[in-house]
Design a binder for this molecule. Structure first.
Ligand code: IMP
Length: 212
């Protein structure tokens, strides 16, 4: 683990996913980086051939750091449903198909839960997982993992956020991620602990690499 401090300057966000880039930019905003996304730099999108969130985050961060000659931060994340043995997990983006049809992907999850007779909340437990990898152009890297637990609701609720947000109600909250403004989904402020998987991973990254 290479947890050296990251000084303000250019930082690549190694993602081509608009929802993630927006959230990572919001989380980075207080720290004064000159943030540029992999898409803006025309960097190729590496194939996610890893078999874990860590492996895929590393693939993306290392490829971007090497190509750009700058530190790069990648997020690999997904939605894990307990009764489906953790699926879709690292395949969360793929379940939405080439058209990125998350209405279909959410319906697939519900159909699989129905097929298992999973109607009670405790049979519908799920979590979001995010692993951030910070890669340096000299080969150094560090990983930060965040998880948030809750349940699959049906029908999906809310039009905010992205991906599987409307399907997930975090523990201790009445509304889904799809019904939350992004500040509420991050949950992270000077007085409140992080809520979303991404903000929880980011909080660890920030403690290790951004704060004195
Ligand atoms: P990947 O990390 O690029 O492989 O894609 C992760 C996929 O997981 C995204 O395309 C979303 O479908 C899903 N996902 C990850 N984080 C979130 C989130 O915060 N809200 C909703 N869906 C998410």
């Amino acid at each position: 683990m290479d947890e050296r401090k990251l000084e303000p300057g250019r930082l690549v966000v190694a993602s081509h996913n608009k929802g993630k880039i927006r959230e990572i930019n919001e989380l980075l905003a207080p720290y004064g980086f000159d943030v540029v996304s992999a898409g803006e730099l025309d960097l190729p999108e590496p194939e996610e051939t890893g078999d874990s969130f860590e492996a895929n985050a590393e693939l993306k961060a290392v490829a971007a750091a090497q190509a750009a000659g700058l530190p790069a931060l990648a997020d690999d994340s997904g939605f894990c449903v307990e009764a489906l043995e953790g699926q879709p997990g690292i395949y969360s983006a793929r379940w939405a198909g080439p058209d990125k049809d998350f209405t279909m992907a959410m319906r697939t999850i519900e159909e699989k839960l129905q097929a298992k007779g999973a109607v009670d909340p405790d049979q519908r437990r799920a979590s979001f997982v995010a692993v951030l990898c910070l890669a340096w152009p000299d080969g150094g890297k560090a990983f930060f993992r965040g998880e948030v637990h809750g349940e699959v609701v049906w029908p999906p609720r809310g039009t905010k956020g992205f991906g599987y947000d409307p399907l997930f109600r975090p523990e201790g909250h009445a509304v889904t991620f799809g019904e939350m403004e992004s500040q509420e989904k991050h949950g992270w402020s000077r007085t409140t602990p992080a809520l979303s998987h991404r903000a929880r991973a980011f909080e660890k990254f920030s403690k290790a690499c951004l704060e004195d």
